[in-house]
Write a protein that binds this ligand. Structure first.
Ligand code: HMG
Ligand code: MG
Length: 298
């Protein structure tokens, strides 16, 4: 049986915007976050404390987190690849720290400039400090279903990095299909293997829609009992270190699917669509959420 309720993490303000080449005003990022929480989103990635040379668009994370009117009970997460990032997340009072590694050596090098083993050593003090501070700790694992540089990624490599991140005290594990190559049976094999290490309830599915399979993979996860998903309002995004990858699955489409299945999300789909159409226009992108476009056309 499918879960009765799912927990959605909107990564649009971070994963969705990080790759935009034209600088986006801090005020727009703040308004996006406030529109998402007004629509019922209770968990989102608000900022990324990474090198501004690597990802210039995320350089104003401190201002974004300082400017947002926080909804009580909502979780405002920030990415932190190292202690400098963690200090940024602490100073900005992020509720949750996200460390981010990869199941592929090649991707780890391109994304965070170190090997997987080195990344774990960098994350260790970050994880300790985040937990000591009563912040939540999530880990994102890129390339769980394929890598833009090395191609296939063995399931054993995903399980290995999950095990190492578990040892750091990670609470939630984001299993990411960074380049959107996954298909449902492959997704199920990966999720089942990871669930064997950490349990299904600690898995968050993060799918990109490059090949149009993201929603099918979400459904495959639901069938296994996964009840946390990451998605991006308006389907914004793409990873700067994963050429050709499209955005995340659109939150609107995930919400439409869930409501159609009788699964609660806590999200007001119409308000979410308003937020999605608004941000697409604000950054000069076509509105990419299918359910959003269809409902607006009605
Ligand atoms: P590095 O060059 O090896 O780092 O980069 P370093 O420690 O040698 O420092 C170099 C410079 O960066 C120094 O400045 C540091 O101060 C600065 P300089 O002395 O040259 O002026 N620096 C920082 N500045 C601000 N905040 C920091 C920070 N750290 C160092 N935290 C590093 C290593 C990890 C920093 C770099 O590779 C980096 O920033 N990478 C970020 C890449 C990124 O953000 N990728 C996108 C997020 S992951 C993703 O989108 C995937 C996900 O959605 C899941 C999925 O779909 O797969 C999560
Ligand atoms: Mg992503």
């Amino acid at each position: 049986t499918l879960p009765k309720h799912v927990h959605l993490i909107d990564v649009g303000p971070r994963d969705g915007l990080q790759n935009e080449k034209t600088p986006i005003d801090t005020a727009i990022k703040i308004e996006l976050i406030e529109r998402l929480t007004a629509a019922g989103i209770r968990h989102l990635e608000a900022a990324s404390f990474v090198s501004p040379k690597w990802v210039p668009q995320m350089a104003d994370g401190a201002e974004v987190l300082a400017g947002v009117k926080r909804k009580p009970g909502a979780t405002y997460a920030a990415l932190a690849p190292n202690m400098k990032g963690l200090e940024g997340a602490q100073a900005a009072s992020a509720d949750e720290v996200v460390i981010f590694g990869a199941a592929s050596e090649a991707f780890s090098q391109k994304n965070i400039n170190c090997s997987i083993a080195e990344s774990i050593e960098r994350f260790r003090p970050v994880a300790q400090a985040a937990l000591a501070d009563q912040r939540r700790l999530r880990a994102a694992i890129s390339c769980c279903l394929g890598c833009p540089y090395q191609g296939e990624v063995p399931i054993a490599a995903v399980v290995d990095v999950v095990q190492r991140l578990k040892d750091l005290g990670t609470q939630v594990f984001c299993i990411a299909d960074t380049i959107g190559v996954g298909t449902p049976e492959h997704t199920k094999r990966v999720i089942e293997a990871v669930a064997g290490v950490i349990g299904i309830e600690r898995i968050s599915g993060h799918f990109h829609d490059t090949y149009g399979t993201a929603l099918a993979n979400v459904y495959a996860c639901l069938e296994l009992g996964v009840s946390t998903f990451e998605s991006s309002v308006s389907g914004l995004g793409g990873c700067p270190y994963a050429k050709g990858a499209t955005g995340n699955v659109a939150t609107e489409d995930v919400v439409y699917l869930m409501h159609g299945l009788g699964i609660e999300t806590g999200v007001d789909l119409d308000a979410l669509i308003d937020a999605g159409a608004w941000i697409a226009e604000a950054i000069g992108r076509p509105y990419a959420a299918r359910a959003g476009r269809a409902l607006l056309a009605k």
